[in-house]
Write a protein that binds this ligand. Structure first.
Ligand code: ACO
Length: 384
């Protein structure tokens, strides 16, 4: 056996640079996030989601004519193929969680997409994916509650149409703005686990639908995009001012993790938490329960203080998921919709990363260190 095999293993690839990208820059020490040249604080509250998607795909903001054409292009692709709707109906009979239904329906979009990954075909598939994600999530949610899905409305923008397809009501400007701010904030974030999964899949010259289906599966886990539901549950379980400390202390003493806190890259407060906390404050002031917002602030302060006490060397701070939960709750979304709504935003980044990878592709193929037994001798089954 060769002794020249690599032996250095970095668990979780922590600190390893596996791609270069023009899409986003995450500075975990400074707590800074740049999305396609803009600080997240600048982009999130100003752009419509369509502008952010265009920016990520084309590396420039659209002018007025380009934006109108792009909005129309996306709106024209919102409806689902019948087979996807049939699949969603079948999923309701097993009460499949929304994230799993989204993954299943995403895979079914191969019915409309192409299986060959030229960049032009991949771009077409990217439009199909971004346009249909809100329709899948809203249709499934309605079906789960025994209601028929609503047809998308081409006269509404991407974010407003999603809220409309969920509730049947045209959302207010304030609610639409809140959702756009959220979707923009989570649209891209360096080489996170789901984006890496998508890039690995597309690097085999597979196809965009496969890459994004894999990414949805990766996002689902509680260590990645699955945290906001439990984060909000914690706020509700605490329930009232003054009760956060004993509750959180007990959790940490049991060795449990606090969802919505800690990050592999950020060692200071996640800048997205700040953007979403301000967006939530605005929304709750106009149209929500300010007492809940204040309670969440108290829970955050207590959690950060106690994490510093219990894990002083870890620098655990609030991450994006904590205020995601509060903002999406304020928009009337239940916890089962939090991670799927994250996917509706992040699909912009996944598809942009796939396009970028295809533009300068090299197959991802790292190595592993073998830790198994060496020199086994074969024994016939009757001798084992
Ligand atoms: N609560 C309590 N302790 C924590 C937390 C937390 N939220 N996060 C990390 N720790 C502790 C771990 O228990 C561990 O302690 P130990 O060394 O004494 O055993 C130490 O900090 C390091 O933990 P790792 O898992 O090695 O740190 P990593 O960098 O891999 O963690 C992660 C990042 C997975 C996000 C982690 O902080 C976590 O589990 N957070 C809670 C889940 C969450 O909020 N996920 C959303 C992340 S944002 C996103 O993906 C969109």
């Amino acid at each position: 056996m060769s002794d020249k095999l690599p032996t250095t293993w970095v668990p979780g690839l922590e600190g390893i640079v596996a791609a270069q990208t023009r899409l986003s820059r995450v500075d975990g020490q400074a707590g800074e996030l740049i999305i396609a040249g803009f600080r997240v604080e600048e982009l999130a509250g100003n752009a419509s989601f369509e502008e952010t998607v265009y920016l990520l795909w084309h590396d420039e903001l659209p002018n007025a004519g380009q934006l109108t054409a792009f909005r129309q292009e996306l709106a024209a692709q919102r409806e689902l193929p019948q087979a996807a709707l049939d699949l969603l109906r079948a999923a309701t009979t097993k009460n499949v969680p929304v994230m799993d239904a989204l993954r299943m329906a995403t895979a079914s979009l191969s019915l409309e997409a192409t299986a060959i990954s030229t960049i032009a075909e991949a771009q077409r598939d990217a439009i199909i994916l971004a346009a249909k994600f809100p329709t899948i999530v809203a249709a499934y949610k309605r079906l789960l509650h025994g209601r028929e899905p609503l047809l998308p409305r081409a006269d509404l923008g991407h974010a407003a149409n999603f809220l409309y397809m969920l509730s049947g009501e045209r959302p207010s400007e304030e609610r639409t703005r809140s959702l756009e701010t959220y979707l923009n904030t989570v649209s891209d974030h360096g080489l996170n686990a789901s984006t890496f999964a998508a890039r690995v899949i597309i690097s085999t010259q597979s196809d965009m639908i496969s890459a994004v289906t894999g990414a949805v599966g990766a996002l689902k886990g509680p260590l990645h995009g699955g945290a906001p539901g439990p984060a909000l549950d914690m706020v509700f379980e605490i329930g009232e001012a003054g009760k956060a400390e004993p509750y959180i202390r007990a959790k940490l003493a049991r060795g449990e993790r606090l969802m919505g806190f800690g990050h592999r890259v950020y060692k200071v407060r996640d800048p997205r938490a700040e953007v979403l906390s301000l967006a939530a404050k605005r929304l709750y002031r106009v149209d929500g329960d300010m007492a809940l917002y204040e309670l969440a602030r108290e829970v955050e302060r207590t959690a950060v203080t106690l994490l510093a006490e219990y894990k002083p060397e870890r620098k655990l701070q609030t991450n994006v998921e904590f205020y995601t939960a509060l903002l999406l709750h304020g928009l009337g979304l239940d916890t089962g919709l939090f991670t799927p709504t994250f996917a509706i935003g992040r699909v912009a980044g996944w598809t942009a990363h796939c396009l970028e990878q295809l533009g300068d592709n090299r197959l991802f193929r790292p190595q592993s260190v073998y830790t198994g037994v060496k020199n086994r001798r074969w024994a016939p089954v009757e001798e084992r």
